[in-house]
Design a protein around this ligand. Structure first.
Ligand SMILES: [Zn+2]
Length: 371
């Protein structure tokens, strides 16, 4: 039952003393029960609201009701009680506010003995790691790195690389075209690049010889995924154009690169091949790194090289003079070579992986082995 100010019929000092004592006791009791700011607001209003608060009642029921001869005494007592009520209401607010802030501080205290949140450091994906190793080998030979768009035009992916429209060599690269481009001229149609060779064209368009660049990147072909095929894979291509570059330079460069990647015992051999943008063209084989080129391992035929002692690894050739025509190089003055290799193919050999899909499945147990 909340306190309410009593109506007095007797205004003698003894009765006033008793009534004041009861009022103050109720004030303190209610104050002690306040423990939140919303409680406090109700408490403040009960005592101090202009309309029907206890102080207003005190005015009406005691001061105004007091007979003339008691008014002075009652007025003095009412003023003292007023000050007391205001002070107590104020003090109550201070108490809950300081309580809130000290409990908040207690909750927010920093426990420096807790172990921190550890984020384990990532590692390079084996494909990227291998790609960077290949780039590193050519960087040491003075090559710089060039990159280009993965979505290319037919012109850069084929035409400027000496694949004329309807040339059968286009069929060897199952191309993913962007749909709905039938109204565009063939050379402007967009596709997912099937090789990084378009970057060679883009480089020669913006750079005059001497040019020595490697072009790493992702390429796409419409191949069904299996142990040796993936619709996405990575290539590193290289291009060197200068005056008087010969096939000997090409052989020496790639022989050095293969030894740097697979060990100094590795031998290379070149045999004729065909690519539209190089003439002459060659495929490069390295001596089998599993059987040291012997073709047999532990008395049995080597499965990795099909007992031949050689593994086919990359394509290369002297840049076809027709290609220089597309980039405004003087074919009478310059010559050069180009080569390209599949990064996954090299990673498979280096790490003895038997399924190319493992590189793309994202299985951390597999990937961690290369970290
Ligand atoms: Zn072998």
């Amino acid at each position: 039952m909340p306190y309410s100010v009593p109506r007095l019929s007797d205004f003698s000092p003894a009765v006033l003393d008793e009534a004041a004592r009861e009022l103050l006791s109720a004030l303190d009791q209610e104050s002690a029960a306040v423990d939140s700011e919303s409680d406090w607001k109700l408490y403040r209003d009960r005592w101090m609201a202009r309309k029907n608060g206890a102080l207003t009642q005190l005015n009406d029921l005691w001061l105004k009701a007091a007979p003339g001869q008691n008014k002075r005494d009652v007025g003095q007592r009412v003023n003292e009680l007023k000050i007391k009520v205001e002070q107590t209401v104020e003090a109550t607010l201070s108490r809950i506010q300081s309580g809130t802030s000290s409990s908040r501080l207690a909750a927010e205290r920093l426990d420096i003995t807790l172990p921190g949140i550890r984020r384990s450091i990532g590692a390079e994906h084996p494909v990227i790691k291998t790609m960077n190793e290949i780039i590193g080998v050519f960087r040491n030979l003075g090559y710089s790195v060039e990159e280009g768009p993965e979505i290319e035009t037919d012109y850069y992916n084929f035409e400027a690389l000496n694949f004329p429209p309807n040339h059968p060599a286009r069929d060897t690269q199952d191309t993913l075209f962007i749909a709905g481009q039938d109204t565009k001229a063939l050379r402007d149609r967009l596709l997912l690049r099937t090789h990084t060779s378009p970057v060679q064209i883009r480089t020669m368009q913006k750079m005059k010889p001497p040019v020595r660049v490697v072009c790493p990147g992702k390429v796409h072909r419409n191949d069904a995924p299996d142990a040796t095929h993936s619709p996405i894979f990575h290539q590193v291509e290289g291009l060197a154009v200068d005056t008087s570059i010969t096939f000997c330079d090409l052989k020496g460069t790639l022989d050095h690169a293969m030894k740097a990647l697979f060990g100094s015992n590795v031998k290379t051999r070149f045999y004729p091949s065909f690519f539209p943008f190089t003439e002459p063209s060659a495929d490069v084989q390295i001596s089998c790194i599993f059987c040291d080129g012997k073709g047999t391992r532990d008395g049995a035929p080597c499965r990795n090289c099909k007992a031949s002692g050689w593994i086919e690894l990359l394509g290369c050739g002297m840049v076809d003079p027709n290609v220089y025509g597309f980039v405004d190089y003087d074919t009478a003055k310059v010559s050069g070579f180009a080569f390209g290799m599949g990064v996954e193919r090299i990673a498979i050999l280096k790490y003895g992986v038997d399924d190319i899909q493992l590189f793309f499945n994202g299985d951390v147990r597999f990937l961690q082995q290369f970290a």
